[in-house]
Structures are given as C-alpha cells and as structure tokens.
Design a protein around this ligand. Sequence first.
Ligand code: CP
Length: 308
Amino acid sequence: MVQQLSTRHVLGIKYLTPGDIRLIFETAKTFKEVINRPIKKVPSLRDITVANLFFENSTRTRISFELAEKRLSADVVNFSASTSSVKKGETLLDTVNNILSMKVDMVVMRHPAPGAHHFLSQHIDANIINAGDGTHEHPTQALLDAFSMEEKLGDLSGKKVLICGDILHSRVALSNVFCLQKLGAEVKVCGPPTLIPKYIDQLGVGVEYNIEKALAWCDVANILRIQLERQDIKFFPSLREYAQYFGVNKALLDRLDKEIVIMHPGPINRGVEITSDVADSNHSIILQQVENGVAVRMAVLYLLAASR
Ligand code: CP
C-alpha cells in the first residue's frame, strides 16, 4: 500500500508535516531514477486527468508539472488565462467548475491572488496543487530546492541557508523558510531593508544586510530575482546600485575561504542579483534544481493521487 500524505491538497508548505516532506523526498528519489532511464514513463497515474491552470506566466513550473504528469501517464489539459474566457469576465470558480465538469481529477494552479487555492479547496472535490499564489507560497519550488540542497549537503538539520534578494515579494522565500525550518535548517535573509518584510523575525529568521557577511555565514545561498513586475513603487534607487550592494559575483565568492552552494529558482536576471560567472560556475546547482523539479512534482502528484 502507498504511504499517504497528511493532506489531500498541497496548498502550502505551512500545511505539510516534516513526515510529509520526508515521504515526498523518498518518493522523488525513486522517480529521479525513473526519469533517468531510457524509458522514462510509468503507468502510476493512468486514468487520472490533471488540469494545469496558469493565471500567471511560467516557464519552469508549467513545463515541469506537465512533464511530471506525462511521465506518470496522466491525461493532461493545459489552460492559460491569457487565451481563455477569463478575458471575457468569467470568475475563477466558474472557470474551474466548467473544467472539472469535464471529469478532471487534479488541479495544478498558479494564480496572482494569495489564498486563491485555499478558496478553491473549499468549493471543489479535485486535489489541488499550488504552483504559486501571488507573493504567498510556491510549495513545490521549496520542496525541489530543499531536495536539491539535501542531495548536495546531506541532512539539512543544522545547515545554514541564506535567502538573498527580493524577500518581500517572494513566494519562494516564504515556502523555503517553512520547508527548511521543518527540516531543521537555520535560515537568514539578506537584501535591502525595503525588501525585507517587517514580520520576518517572528518567523524565526535572521537578517543580515551585508552580502559579504551573509555569504560568509551560510552553507548555501538561494538567490532570488528582483520582481519588478510586483513593485509599484521604487524600493531601491536603481538596478545598478542593487547589483553593486546585493548582487552575488565571482569576486565575492573568491574572497570566501570555503565551499558554498549557489541556487536560484529562476528566472534569472543576469548581472542584477547574480552574475553569469557565478550562475554558470561549479558552485551553482541551478540546473540540478530544475531537473529535480520533475521528480519532486511526480512524487507530489503520485502521493496525492493515492489519497483519492
Ligand atoms: N521558479 C519558477 O517558478 O519559475 P517559473 O516562473 O518560470 O515557473
């Protein structure tokens, strides 16, 4: 019998137990083996239909989920808000209920409104996976980030993880904080004071405003993008100044007297939060993160399907 998660939706890391996270990682290890075989497909989700509903742009998450579903032999339908009847004024609930009436079992959704998935979970029967809700959570990104860190560093208990950049607008940051703390890691953030949320200390997260000191402290640095599309006021004088004070570059890494792992969830603004010679260096596991994303998402889909 398949071991089960404690929940039938993945709305956020906040609602997963450490046991759920471990179960997802153990399952993802098996699927990582599968997707590296010549025949990359298993029949686990045959007869399950998954709808990928994207109300916001995506490259990695959308392709990763679609590949994960296809590797598990699910039937897949893709919906993009920009080419849908949402443009004619249809509500979220009407949109989803119309799609579900075509016998869809699971919904993967990215939506700009924090809490949209929570709202849906109270109105529909399908399993829901949050693929990003505004500035709130991006649980599968945090799972693949932590899985990739563990692959590189072993048990994360006591490991020091820095999250650097636009913390205020980042759903990746909040999901990473919840996930890493549930796995026993210590978390600090670094960025301009205007991009650090005021409540951050209440989450048990440290703050360091000096990037050189922050990098010297950590075992792994997860560098985040400046989300200009979510910034309706100026949070810092210019991108050039941001890069000068908070950008991670080779000179900074060369001054460190230690090994460090560099991560980035993507998309990267090369030359702003990270330079190309760091993003493409031996320190970087950015493309391993993307590869692991498929295995982790296969695990999440498989385990939720088992709860049906
Ligand atoms: N990391 C991430 O969510 O990337 P996309 O926006 O391309 O999906």
